[in-house]
Design a protein. Structure first.
Length: 249
């Protein structure tokens, strides 16, 4: 998705949405596989899509088909709760949420680490779900990243270079269990290093957002990347979350 959907929807709402039946249909193509919307949808009247003032067709936010496409894009199996509806369970969790929100605005990265069960992966998924509504964003485990590279090696159609380039250019990339890169081959580890390092360089500069959830501190991927994830001036922070006892009731 190239268009910032939230902006478009807001603009559309302000300027008065053009309903599909009032536009010249031959000039505008519906989004692919647009499906039908929920019965009686008040936004699109069941058509499943809208046209922006610029004449661009966009999904109706209520369209169930859009949900499936967005989930696919985000690399998620099901939709996490909306970001705004999440009540932090601890002060540390709240701090993490604010750090993620900040990095979404400025570009940069967050290395989130702590023991299992403190909700790191949950927050990462919810964050990607928030971001994919407005730009390209993807959640993946490190094992999935290694799999993609291995598949690229065995498939003559795509190359590892292409996989790497795609991951370097993604506006928002969230990686779960990055420490599993150490289980990969030397070649795979070099590619993972390159992806994180290039995304660091594109952080503030291009607004790229790189977030990870790990059981380990960033030095698990080497001192060099660890220093990158502690470069506050460049918009990168490391946050340790371990305070399950600080539960809010
Ligand atoms: Zn609708």
């Amino acid at each position: 998705m190239t268009q910032k959907l939230a902006d478009v929807l807001e603009k559309t709402a302000q300027e008065g949405a053009l309903e599909p039946e009032k536009t010249e249909k031959q000039a505008i193509q519906a989004p692919e596989d647009q499906g039908d919307c929920v019965p009686g949808c008040e936004i699109c009247h069941g058509v499943g899509w809208l046209v922006t003032p610029d004449g661009e067709p966009i999904w109706c936010p209520n369209n169930p088909e859009r949900l499936a496409v967005l989930l696919d894009e985000a690399g998620l199996d099901w939709a996490p709760p909306d970001w705004e509806s999440i009540t932090p369970r601890s002060r540390k969790q709240e701090l993490v949420m604010r750090a993620l929100e900040r990095v979404a605005e400025t570009g940069g990265g967050v290395w989130l680490w702590g023991p299992p069960g403190v909700g790191k992966t949950f927050l990462l998924r919810a964050f990607v779900w928030r971001e994919v509504q407005r730009r390209e964003a993807r959640f993946m485990t490190m094992l999935e990243m290694l799999d993609e590279m291995r598949d690229a090696i065995s498939d003559r159609g795509t190359s590892v270079v292409e996989v790497r380039r795609r991951l370097i250019r993604l506006p928002v990339l969230a990686v779960d269990e990055p420490e599993k890169a150490n289980a990969g081959t030397e070649f795979a580890r070099a590619n993972v290093f390159e992806i994180f390092n290039r995304r660091y360089e594109g952080g503030k500069h291009l607004g790229l957002v790189t977030v990870v959830a790990s059981n380990k501190p960033p030095k698990v991927l080497g001192d060099y990347l660890a220093s990158r994830f502690q470069a506050r001036k460049e918009g990168f922070v490391t946050v340790h979350i371990d305070d399950l006892e600080d539960q809010r009731r």
